[in-house]
Design a protein around this ligand. Structure first.
Ligand code: M6R
Length: 365
């Protein structure tokens, strides 16, 4: 049932291009995003004052990417709140708030409770869920399914990718309705979305580099992921994935925060995974690489084809992904990070599909 793969996680990583196609392609018609499963009215969308995204774990990290993308597309304030915090923080939510709830299982207790609280306060809820007919899907005002198929490995991969894709579609759909996006950019993003599965396949076909770096770095005791903007959001997911299945201590920081404390942890040989895929801030990403290198860090960088040469001059090791629209770059960037965690965990002999102390669906508080 693992389709010839040694682990469900690897099988599910490899299924991502197809899962992305299933989640996205039927929702693009003649170059336009069509979300037929939504009941929310254009009038409601126009009156939204703010958007709250609520989720846990990796689904929360999807929300982090979504915050950057939705705010840029919609020019509306977007907050991402951990479900376990939202339910106890007396949230500022009312009938002009749209609450987007993200959950693979649709059964995460904190997420469910936070959604109920949001509804009680008058917000409209839109869930992005994988498991059809799950509690969150049933109770939310609107549901967009991710259609990723069953995800067995505890560490989420294809659910993450499809949640991200669906959230991007929501952003485009709303931006079109609100008139907050130029026609040219809208078309460029849609076109790039249609190219993404092929680009994902390209990344997933060439796993030798990732395997090599995993075999080189699997013995590190601690890893720091750094990045700015979408790369920061991506780093959060890369770090969670690594610690979850390989039990290596890892943390993700917004690069600009390094000087505010974290850099004191960098000593000769410390492994830093530097994310430099977000083109508008590539130069800043580079200067952070220089900064940690100067303190002796070993830097494994992730960047895009067009920045490879520049990055290779400074970082110790470089992984590359194809270029795409900047908003979609995390959809490609997450793949080598998932593979890196997988191969590191493999080298360390970990129980990859069922990491210790974790459950696929967290139905207790
Ligand atoms: O089913 P959900 O998306 O609500 O689950 C949320 C988290 O428990 C989940 O993403 C968790 O962090 C994963 N194991 C990460 O790989």
């Amino acid at each position: 049932e693992k389709g010839g793969y040694p682990h469900f996680m690897l099988k599910e990583i490899m299924e991502q291009p197809e899962a992305f196609r299933k989640a996205v392609f039927p929702r693009i018609k003649d170059g336009r995003v069509v979300l037929e499963d939504l009941h929310i009215t254009p009038e409601y969308i126009r009156n939204i004052q703010k958007i709250d995204i609520i989720a846990c774990g990796s689904s929360y990290h999807v929300g982090m990417v979504g915050k950057y993308n939705l705010e840029r597309l919609l020019r509306k304030s977007v907050e991402v709140v951990l479900a376990s915090e939202f339910r106890y923080c007396d949230p500022l939510v009312d009938e002009h708030t749209l609450v987007i709830v993200i959950s693979q299982s649709g059964e995460t207790l904190d997420t469910m409770a936070a959604m109920r609280e949001a509804k009680r306060l008058g917000a409209r809820t839109l869930s992005i869920v994988n498991v059809v007919g799950s509690s969150i899907a049933k109770e939310s005002d609107d549901v967009l399914y991710t259609w990723a198929g069953p995800e067995i490995a505890v560490a989420t991969t294809k659910a993450y990718s499809t949640q991200l894709a669906v959230l991007d579609l929501v952003g485009l759909y709303f931006a079109d309705l609100l008139g907050t996006i130029e026609a040219e950019e809208y078309c460029a993003i849609v076109e790039e979305m249609l190219c993404l599965p092929a680009k994902m396949e390209e990344v997933l076909k060439k796993t030798e580099d990732v395997q090599y770096f995993a075999s080189r770095y699997f013995n590190h005791a601690s890893v720091f992921f750094i990045g700015r903007n979408l790369d920061y959001a991506l780093g959060l997911e890369g770090s969670l994935k690594l610690k979850e299945i390989s039990y290596i201590h890892s943390e993700a920081y917004a690069s600009g925060e390094l000087k505010h404390g974290t850099i004191s942890l960098i000593e000769p040989g410390t492994l830093v995974v530097a994310l430099g895929t977000y083109a508008p801030l590539f130069d800043k990403a580079m200067s952070n690489v220089v900064e940690v290198k100067a303190r002796g860090a070993e830097v494994l960088a992730l960047t895009t084809d067009s920045f490879r040469e520049k990055m290779e001059k400074t970082a110790d090791s470089v992984l590359c992904i194809p270029d795409t629209h900047r908003m979609l770059q995390p959809s490609l960037g997450v793949l080598p990070l998932q593979l890196f965690s997988y191969y590191v965990a493999l080298q360390r002999g970990c129980d990859i599909d069922k990491p210790r102390n974790l459950a696929k669906s967290v139905t207790v508080e």
